[in-house]
Every structure is written in structure tokens, then in C-alpha cells.
Design a protein around this ligand. Structure first.
Ligand SMILES: [Zn+2]
Length: 307
């Protein structure tokens, strides 16, 4: 036996609640890995700079080794020359050895200066390397901790999603598959609202004024009707503004007794001193607006053809 329309609407409303919940949970699931994206980016940057600094470290280390070796050689050369001094007999020999000592000493000094410089550079690099190492290990443990949290939460949320899916299937067993598919798509694209009432002649989902014959279709409630503007499923709901809507639909001003709903609007338009005439003006103005739409289109057509 097919479902009655009021049952379909009620089912859709319940389905909407479950779907919105599920869509929200699925969004959370999707967003979760993104929470460690920044840390992951930072980590890969740190790792990259680690390998760059490590390279500088090795270069500096090698050049220190070279400089120290050169210093050792210069020292040895000077010491040898100093030893030769003891066996010197002529001025010429003295001058030559003395020159050797002087040159070796100068070289020693120069090398010591460069070693000091390189040692400072090396210490600086070493310091940077340590800081990066700490940063890397901090980030790694942060990421690991967060990943564990994400896994745990994801598990919980996934379970909730599965539970909801089962409930949804139970609820919508008698609904048309095509309708279910469309409805879920609407819910996803319209931030959780897929079935909305019309108030008067207005879709409460998108606040557009709907054509009169369309509103009548919705009121008949014998089929599923989608809003032509926002695609939401529409159902009819009685409201206080329905009487003025009635005027528009029937084209007659039958009932002017409902003062309360109109009073606020009236106080805004001071030129309309006569309450009743003001109301009928508005009524016919609205009526005109709905009915004259095709005329406006025709005028437009004529205008463009003239050009
Ligand atoms: Zn709409």
C-alpha cells in the first residue's frame, strides 16, 4: 500500500534530521586529517632544512680538519727550522732559516685565525642542527599523538555514521529510491534543509515568491513538489498570513477583518489614513503583481523587437 502524503512528509522530516546529522559527522571525518596538515607541513620544512644544515655541517667539519692539518704542518716546519738554528755557521744560512721560521709563523697565525673563524661557524651550525632536531622530534611526537586521537575519534564517528545509516534505512524503507537519492543531494547542498514549508506564497527555504498555480499544487499535497528556485521539497503549512494569500489566489478581497497582522505595516505608511482603503490598495497591488508577470514579459518582447 502506498504511503499517504502526510506520512511521506513526516518521514522526510525525520529523514532530514538523520541525514543532517550524518552529513555533519561525515564532514567532521573528512576535516580530521586536515588538523595535522599544518604540523605535517612544518615537519617536512624542518626536515628539509635539517638536511641543508647537515650539509653545511659536513662542509665546515671537513674544512676544520683540513685547516688543523695545515696548521700541524706549519708548526712542524717552524720547529724544524728552529732546530736547524743550532747548527748554523754563516750569516747566509742564518738569514735563510730565519726567513723560513718567519714565514712558517705567519702561516701558523693565519691558520689559527681561520680555524677560530671556522670553529665559530661550526658551533653556530651545530647549534642550529640541534634546534632543528628538537623541533623535528617535538613535531613528530605531536603528530603521532594527534594521529592517535584522530584514529580514535574517527572510529567513534564512523560507528555513529553506520548506526545512522541503519536507522535511515529502517525509516525510509517505503520511500521511493529516486526520491531518497534526490533528497540526500538537496540536504548536502542546502546545508541540512531539504524539506521546507511554504508560508503564504513564499518558499521558506529560499524566500522566493512562488507562482500561484504552483502554490496550489503544493496545497493539494498529492505528489512531491520541488521548489523551482532552490529545489527543496515543499509542503503546505498554515500561517497567519494565509488570508492575504487567499486574496491573491482567488483574486478577491473577501475578508478584511484581520486587523492585527496588518497593523504594523499600516503605521509605517502615514499617507494612508483610511485603513480599509489602504488595505485594499495593497491587496490589489499584490494581486496585480502576480497576475501581470506575463504582461511584463510581453512588453519587454515588444520593446526589443522595436529596436
Ligand atoms: Zn525555495
Amino acid at each position: 500500500m502506498p504511503m499517504r502524503m502526510d506520512e511521506v512528509f513526516e518521514t522526510l522530516r525525520q529523514y532530514q534530521e538523520m541525514l543532517s546529522k550524518r552529513v555533519e559527522l561525515e564532514k567532521q571525518l573528512e576535516a580530521m586529517p586536515k588538523t595535522i596538515e599544518i604540523q605535517n607541513q612544518m615537519l617536512s620544512r624542518e626536515k628539509k632544512s635539517f638536511s641543508e644544515v647537515k650539509e653545511q655541517y659536513e662542509i665546515s667539519e671537513a674544512s676544520l680538519k683540513e685547516l688543523r692539518q695545515a696548521l700541524g704542518e706549519a708548526e712542524m716546519k717552524r720547529e724544524n727550522a728552529e732546530k736547524q738554528m743550532d747548527g748554523i755557521t754563516t750569516q747566509r744560512e742564518y738569514d735563510s732559516v730565519n726567513k723560513e721560521i718567519r714565514e712558517a709563523s705567519e702561516k701558523e697565525q693565519e691558520l689559527r685565525r681561520r680555524i677560530q673563524e671556522e670553529e665559530r661557524r661550526f658551533a653556530d651550525i651545530d647549534d642550529r642542527l640541534h634546534r632543528i632536531e628538537i623541533s623535528v622530534s617535538t613535531l613528530e611526537s605531536e603528530i603521532a599523538q594527534k594521529r592517535a586521537e584522530i584514529d580514535e575519534n574517527s572510529k567513534e564517528i564512523s560507528d555513529d555514521v553506520e548506526k545512522l545509516k541503519t536507522e535511515e534505512n529502517d525509516l525510509t524503507r517505503d520511500l521511493d529510491e529516486d526520491l531518497k537519492f534526490k533528497f540526500e543531494r538537496i540536504i548536502r547542498s542546502k546545508s541540512g534543509m531539504g524539506i521546507v514549508p511554504i508560508h503564504g506564497v513564499v518558499c521558506t527555504g529560499c524566500h522566493m515568491i512562488l507562482p500561484a498555480n504552483f502554490v496550489n499544487e503544493v496545497r493539494q499535497a498529492d505528489k512531491i513538489v520541488f521548489c523551482p528556485y532552490c529545489s527543496r521539497i515543499l509542503y503546505y503549512e498554515e500561517t497567519e498570513t494565509d488570508e492575504s494569500m487567499e486574496e491573491i489566489l482567488t483574486g478577491s478581497l473577501v475578508d478584511l477583518n484581520d486587523e492585527e497582522t496588518e497593523e504594523v505595516e499600516d503605521s509605517e505608511s502615514n499617507d494612508e489614513t483610511d485603513d480599509t482603503s489602504g488595505k485594499s490598495k495593497r491587496g490589489s497591488a499584490r494581486k496585480k503583481k502576480v497576475q501581470s508577470e506575463p504582461l511584463i514579459d510581453n512588453d519587454f518582447l515588444v520593446d526589443t523587437m522595436d529596436e
